[in-house]
Design a protein around this ligand. Structure first.
Ligand code: MN
Length: 254
């Protein structure tokens, strides 16, 4: 089994290293990941400057390449040139912080897995739903092993991936596993406006944590209830139900 590991927290992040160490005994593990934190970089790719992939030493016996590109660049580079052999699975993570609902569109973690899905390699995005330090990664690692073990029997169709969130609780407190749909989180509109030393305004996005909408069957609710959430995600964003409606718009020239 050949595993390509990547992330958006950077190649020196705890999550990717823990995963590499855990999987190396049972698989050929290669890391290709950003050389610095690139969270919330979405599916951005680099077209107008050269990309580098520099071998770095993260763990003896594991090939690790740090790239100046985005998470999506890293997977693209790996699959289209860096790796001699095609990996059997692409795993992005373990991300520090949840990737739920609409956050997926901003997520570098999930976008990296999308690159794997685009080339037809089974891909998983793995996140632990907390930004706190000292969170045990053991439940996430254990679950990744179960996902990998399920692959030979099931596989994943092209253009799809599994987005996995692990609740940040002890193993004993995990309520189970739910297969979910994407939920909703409302972000309080919050922009901090300040003045720089030269008298010009600058702005900072962020602020208060999102308010979760706790609908049954969603990833947001599953995590709130301490379940591991597995959402099958497809890259086709088409809103099929809206096609007939938009056909009614008078959009063709007279
Ligand atoms: Mn991240």
């Amino acid at each position: 089994m050949r595993i390509l590991l990547t992330n958006d927290d950077g190649i020196y992040a705890e999550g990717i290293l823990a995963l590499a160490r855990a999987l190396r005994d049972s698989a050929e593990v290669t890391l290709v990941a950003p050389d610095r934190p690139r969270s919330a970089s979405g599916h951005s790719i680099t077209l107008h400057k050269p990309l580098r992939a520099t071998p770095v030493s993260v763990e003896e016996g594991i090939l690790a390449l740090a790239s100046n590109g985005t998470p999506a660049d890293c997977v693209s580079l790996a699959l289209r040139g860096l790796l001699d052999q095609r990996p059997d699975v692409v795993i992005s993570g373990i991300n520090k912080g949840p990737n739920l609902g609409l956050d997926l569109t901003y997520s570098g973690t999930v976008s990296a897995a999308m690159e794997g899905a685009i080339v037809g390699i089974p891909s998983f995005a793995i996140s632990v739903a907390s930004y706190a330090d000292n969170i045990s990664l053991a439940p996430a690692i254990k679950f990744v092993r179960r996902l990998i073990a399920s692959l030979p029997a099931h596989g994943l169709p092209r253009y799809s991936l599994l987005n996995v969130n692990i609740p940040a609780v002890s193993e004993a407190e995990i309520a189970g596993v739910q297969i979910t749909r994407l939920g909703r989180r409302h972000y309080p509109e919050h922009i901090v406006k300040r003045t720089d030393p030269f008298g010009r305004n600058y702005y900072w996005l962020g602020g208060d944590p999102p308010e979760d909408v706790l609908e049954e069957g969603t990833d947001v609710k599953a995590i709130a209830d301490h379940y591991i959430s597995v959402t099958p995600v497809h890259l086709d964003l088409t809103h099929y139900d809206l096609i007939p409606e938009v056909k009614q718009w008078a959009l063709s020239p007279e």
